[in-house]
Design a binder for this molecule. Structure first.
Ligand code: CA
Length: 485
C-alpha cells in the first residue's frame, strides 16, 4: 500500500512583507505565482511572528515554542540542535525530509541542521551571487563546502526540485525551501536587473510619518531611509544637490526596486515548483505553504528593516494550498502565530504533537472553522536592545484584533547582541480599528484608560501562560501612567 499521508512543501523567504505580495493587495508589485497558492487555497490575514527577527522566528517555527523557552532570543543565540522540531518528528514518522537555503540558526556540531535526510544551506546570511553552501559529507564525517555558480534563489529552487525528483515516490516528503531573498542587501538576479527601470514605485502612505507622540526610543532608531548605506544598500552614489526630501524619495526608489527585484526571482522559483507538482500529479496531495520569517518596513513610517511590533514588521504572510482539505480562494481573520506552524504540520501529517509545543494547531482554521475560544490576542517580545546597527529598543507587548499595547522596557538584560544603556521604560497604545497605521499613541489619553487596564491584564495573562515574566520597572511605569491618567 502506498503511503498516502500528505507531502509538505514549506517555502519560507527572509524579510518578505505581506504588503509586497499581490494576493495581499500589494500596491507596489505583482507576484502571480505566490498568488496561485492563495487562489488554490487560503490566505491568513492575521498571522504574526512572536519576535520579528530572523534567527528567533526560525526557532519558533521549527520548535513551536517561544524564544524565552527555546533560548533563541537574538541573532547571537544559535538553536540547540537537540531540541524537538517538526522536521525531526516527521522524519521519525517515516517522512523523507530535506532543507535547502538559509538556516541561520548556527553552525557547528551543536547547531547544524538536524532532522533532515538531506540538507544544503548557506553559511550565516550567505551571498546572493555564486554563493558558498554547506552540506554534510556523504561518508558522514563532518561537512563540506560547495562553491555554487549562479543566483542563490535559483539554486535553492533547483536543489529543491532535484531532491523531489530523486525522492522515494512510495513515501511522503517534507521539503523546507528557505530562500535568502529578499534580505538586505537586496541584490537582484541579472534576469531582473532592469525590472521597474521605467516606473516610479508608489510611496507608502506613512513614509513621511514624523513619529510625533511615539516613545522617545522609537524616534531614535536608525532604520530611516537616510540610514541606508549608499554603497552596500543602494549600490549608487547619492546624486549631488538633492534636498533632503528629494534624497529620501530617491533612496526609497533605489531601495524598494532592488527589494522587489529579488522577490521576482522568488516568485519565478515558486512557479517552477508548482509547475513541477502539476506535471508530476502531486498538487492534490501536497500541502504548499508560502511564508516569511517576519514582515518588513517598505518605507512605512520612513523606515526599512523589521524588529518592531508595529504591523508591517509583526505580520507574516501565510498562504497555504492543500486541495484535499482547504477550500480554494478563501481567507481567514483568525489569529495565527509562528509557534502554531509546527503543531499544524504535525497534525496534518497525522503525527502526535509533543507536549513541549506551545503553539496551537491551525487545522480547524484551515478547514474553514474558527473554534469557540480561539486565540484573540498574542504575545510578542524583542530582546536585542540597541543593537549597534539599528538601535531598536527591547520591548514586549500584546496585540488583540482591536488594540496593541507595547512596553519598551529598554534593558539589554545580558542578552547576547543586546547593548546598554538601560533607558527609562516607555509605553505605547494603539487603537487598530481607528488607526491601523499606528500613527497615534493613545497611552496618555484618558478615554483609553480602561482599554489600557484590560490590556495590561491580558499581557500579564499571556506572559504567565507562556512562562515569561514582566519587566518590573516597565510594569511599574505602566501602573504609574494608568494611575496618573
Ligand atoms: Ca528575516
Amino acid at each position: 500500500m502506498p503511503d498516502r499521508r500528505p507531502n509538505l512543501i514549506y517555502i519560507m523567504s527572509d524579510d518578505h512583507a505581506a504588503h509586497a505580495i499581490s494576493a495581499y493587495g500589494s500596491r507596489i508589485n505583482r507576484t502571480p505565482h505566490l498568488d496561485r497558492i492563495a487562489e488554490g487555497g487560503m490566505r491568513l490575514d492575521a498571522c504574526f511572528c512572536t519576535n520579528s527577527i530572523c534567527t528567533p522566528s526560525r526557532a519558533a517555527v521549527l520548535t513551536g515554542t517561544y524564544n524565552h523557552v527555546n533560548g533563541v532570543t537574538t541573532l547571537f543565540t544559535p538553536m540547540d540542535n537537540t531540541l524537538d522540531t517538526f522536521p525531526k518528528r516527521l522524519q521519525a514518522a517515516g517522512y523523507q525530509t530535506a532543507l535547502f537555503g538559509k538556516w541561520h540558526l548556527g553552525h557547528g556540531p551543536e547547531w547544524d541542521p538536524t532532522g533532515f535526510d538531506t540538507w544544503r544551506v548557506l553559511p550565516g546570511q550567505g551571498h546572493y551571487h555564486n554563493p558558498m553552501m554547506i552540506e554534510p559529507r556523504r561518508d558522514g564525517r563532518g561537512l563540506r563546502f560547495v562553491e555554487r555558480g549562479g543566483y542563490a534563489t535559483d539554486l535553492i529552487t533547483q536543489d529543491s526540485i532535484r531532491w523531489m525528483e530523486r525522492r522515494d515516490p512510495e513515501r511522503p516528503f517534507a521539503l523546507l525551501c528557505h530562500h535568502k531573498a529578499p534580505h538586505r542587501p537586496w541584490e537582484p538576479s541579472p534576469d531582473h536587473f532592469t525590472l521597474y527601470d521605467d516606473v516610479d514605485i508608489p510611496e507608502p502612505d506613512t513614509m513621511w510619518d514624523d513619529h510625533r507622540g511615539r516613545a522617545e526610543v522609537v524616534t531614535a532608531m536608525q532604520m530611516r531611509l537616510m540610514d541606508l548605506d549608499p554603497v552596500t544598500d543602494l549600490k549608487a552614489t547619492v546624486p549631488p544637490g538633492l534636498s533632503e526630501e528629494d534624497e529620501i524619495r530617491w533612496r526609497y526608489q533605489r531601495y524598494i526596486k532592488d527589494y522587489l527585484r529579488t522577490i521576482a526571482s522568488i516568485d519565478d522559483g515558486v512557479g517552477r515548483m508548482l509547475d513541477w507538482l502539476d506535471a508530476n500529479g502531486l498538487s492534490e496531495d501536497t500541502i504548499v505553504v508560502y511564508t516569511s520569517d517576519q514582515g518588513f518596513f517598505l518605507g512605512d513610517h520612513g523606515w526599512f528593516d523589521k524588529r518592531m511590533m508595529y504591523e508591517e514588521s509583526l505580520a507574516m504572510p501565510f498562504l497555504v494550498r492543500y486541495p484535499a482539505m482547504i477550500e480554494a480562494g478563501t481567507s481567514s481573520e483568525a489569529m495565527a502565530l509562528n509557534v502554531d506552524f509546527a503543531p499544524t504540520f504535525l497534525e496534518l501529517a497525522g503525527v502526535e504533537v509533543p507536549e513541549t509545543v506551545q503553539g496551537t494547531s491551525l487545522v480547524p482554521v484551515l478547514g474553514g472553522d474558527v473554534p469557540d475560544g480561539w486565540q484573540t490576542s498574542m504575545y510578542y517580545r524583542y530582546w536585542m536592545h540597541r543593537d549597534p546597527n539599528h538601535l531598536v529598543p527591547a520591548h514586549y507587548g500584546v496585540r488583540t484584533h482591536h488594540h496593541k499595547l507595547i512596553g519598551y522596557y529598554n534593558d539589554p538584560l545580558d542578552q547576547p547582541g543586546a547593548f546598554g544603556p538601560v533607558d527609562p521604560p516607555e509605553w505605547e497604545l494603539f487603537d487598530l480599528d481607528r488607526d491601523r497605521s499606528e500613527l497615534h499613541n493613545v497611552i496618555g489619553d484618558p478615554a483609553y484608560r480602561e482599554v489600557a487596564f484590560d490590556l495590561r491584564a491580558e499581557l500579564a495573562r499571556l506572559q504567565a501562560m507562556v512562562g515569561d515574566e514582566p519587566h518590573p520597572a516597565a510594569d511599574a511605569a505602566l501602573a504609574d501612567l494608568l494611575v496618573a491618567g
